[in-house]
Each structure stands twice: as structure tokens, then as C-alpha cells.
Write a protein that binds this ligand. Structure first.
Ligand SMILES: Nc1ncnc2c1ncn2[C@@H]1O[C@H](COP(=O)(O)OP(=O)(O)OP(=O)(O)O)[C@@H](O)[C@H]1O
Ligand SMILES: Nc1ccn([C@@H]2O[C@H](COP(=O)(O)O)[C@@H](O)[C@H]2O)c(=O)n1
Length: 223
């Protein structure tokens, strides 16, 4: 079977990771969480005492950490300088600082190069999820999906995940991060012109997965 590249983008909490992992597992493809890579470099900056608001300092250090992503959808991994970073990259501190780091062009250049090389090496194809995959990282992807959902639905999903988190505070944090990611100069969060938009507000996760699997199969059938 022909290798297939699927790009899945969208704002926070729209279901990109859950959907991408499941679609990749169902179709025997690799899986790449690009948000985890931006989180990993942010964690490294914080751990090394770099002020994330200082874009010059962040740019100077952008080439230093060695970030490695494992692309098995059943067990995605991320290490920084050989250290497992899966836990530390999900802290509130990293989440609140990642948009400042990901806006720095030198960071994006470095991570984009890494993402392209991982996608090129995937033997059977890959599902890559993020914010700028369809527009910048893999503009020739075979299929581009842009997931959306109402802020209310996204906040409810996230606060269900972060046990006890207040829905209103969670919604404000999501909106703030999306605004920063959408308004940065370099490679902002955006829907590619040729992406299929799927509004997941009223869909279960299983319905979204099924929808994307069908779109991939249709694409393969016409290739
Ligand atoms: N269609 C859906 N219906 C209900 N819950 C969902 C749906 N899709 C995803 N979820 C749940 O919402 C939460 C957020 O999903 P997920 O992490 O996949 O989103 P994301 O777009 O990757 O977010 P982020 O960009 O912030 O990493 C998870 O708990 C997931 O199980
Ligand atoms: N292609 C991407 C992916 C992510 N980012 C930045 O990383 C942050 C964390 O992403 P999550 O998916 O793990 O929530 C996100 O808010 C962006 O700042 C990006 O810039 N490009």
C-alpha cells in the first residue's frame, strides 16, 4: 500500500491528539505530536534558566537541546537530551509558557526541520498533528484536516481531564493560548486552504476517528 501523510491541525482541545493517535493505530501509520516537541523545548529553556520572554535568549539556545520523538501511536515518547520528558512537559508552567517559545522563528525553524525528517522516515506514512502542519510543515500532505469545536466544549473536555479544574478558568486559558498561537508572525495556527474542516462540538471521539479514517481511505482509493 502507498505511504500516506495526514496533517491534522486545530486549536487546543479540539481532539487532535486523541484522534490522530487512534487513526494512526487503526491504519498502521506512525504518529507525531508536534505540540509535545514545542513543550519539550520550552521545558528545556525553563530548566536551563532561560527567560522565555527574552526572544533573543530563546533564539540563541534553540539549537542546544536534543529532542527525540517516538512515533508508535500505541506508545508515543519524547526525550530531551536523553531524559524522558513526557511528564514534565504537561505541567501548568510549561503550558503557560509554550506559546512564547513557539513564536520564536529560530525555534520553529529547528522543530520544523525535525518534523519533516521524521515524516520522511515513516515507512508506511504518518499522522502529524499540530498548528501549522498543513500550512507550513507538510504543505504537500495527502490529506489535511482542521479540527474545531466550541470553546465551551473544549473547556469541558479539558477540565474533565484535569480533575477539579474550573471550566471558566480553563476556557480562558485555552482562548488565551489560541490567540497567541494564531497571532504570531511565523507560521501561526491556521487552516490550510485545502484542509477539510471537521467541527467536533457535537461528535463523540469515536465519530471523529471514524470520519477521519473514512477520509483517509477515500483519499487512498482515488490516489
Ligand atoms: N469528540 C470528542 N468528544 C468528547 N471528548 C473528546 C473529543 N475529542 C477529544 N476529546 C477529549 O478531549 C480532551 C482533549 O483532547 P486532545 O488532547 O486530543 O485535544 P488536542 O486538540 O490534542 O489538545 P491540545 O492541542 O491542547 O493538545 C481529551 O480528554 C479527549 O479525550
Ligand atoms: N505545530 C505546532 C504544534 C504546537 N505548537 C505550540 O505548542 C503548544 C502546545 O501544543 P499542544 O498541542 O501540546 O497543546 C501550542 O500552544 C503552540 O504554542 C505550535 O506552535 N505548532
Amino acid at each position: 500500500m502507498e505511504s500516506v501523510i495526514v496533517a491534522i491541525d486545530g486549536p487546543s482541545g479540539t481532539g487532535k491528539s486523541s484522534t490522530s493517535k487512534a487513526v494512526a493505530a487503526k491504519l498502521g501509520l506512525s504518529y507525531l505530536d508536534t505540540g509535545a516537541q514545542y513543550r519539550a523545548i520550552t521545558w528545556w529553556m525553563i530548566s536551563n534558566g532561560i527567560d522565555v520572554q527574552d526572544a533573543v535568549a530563546v533564539a540563541d539556545a534553540a539549537g542546544k537541546p536534543v529532542i527525540v520523538s517516538g512515533t508508535d501511536p500505541a506508545r508515543p515518547t519524547i526525550t530531551v537530551d536523553g531524559v524522558d520528558a513526557a511528564g514534565p512537559i504537561r505541567t501548568e508552567e510549561v503550558t503557560s509558557k509554550v506559546s512564547a517559545v513557539s513564536a520564536v522563528p529560530e525555534v520553529r525553524e529547528r522543530i520544523t526541520e525535525l518534523q519533516r525528517s521524521i515524516a520522511a522516515d515513516a515507512p508506511l506514512g504518518i499522522v502529524v498533528e499540530g498548528r501549522d502542519i498543513g500550512t507550513t510543515v507538510l504543505p504537500d500532505a495527502d490529506l489535511k484536516i482542521f479540527l474545531t469545536a466550541s470553546p465551551e466544549a473544549r473547556a469541558a473536555r479539558r477540565s474533565g481531564e484535569l480533575k477539579g479544574a474550573d471550566v471558566v478558568t480553563t476556557q480562558q486559558a485555552l482562548i488565551k493560548r489560541d490567540a497567541a498561537d494564531s497571532s504570531r508572525k511565523t507560521s501561526p495556527l491556521a487552516k490550510a486552504d485545502d484542509a477539510v474542516e471537521v467541527d467536533t462540538t457535537e461528535l463523540t471521539l469515536e465519530q471523529v476517528i471514524e470520519c477521519v479514517v473514512t477520509l483517509v481511505e477515500e483519499k487512498r482509493a482515488t490516489a
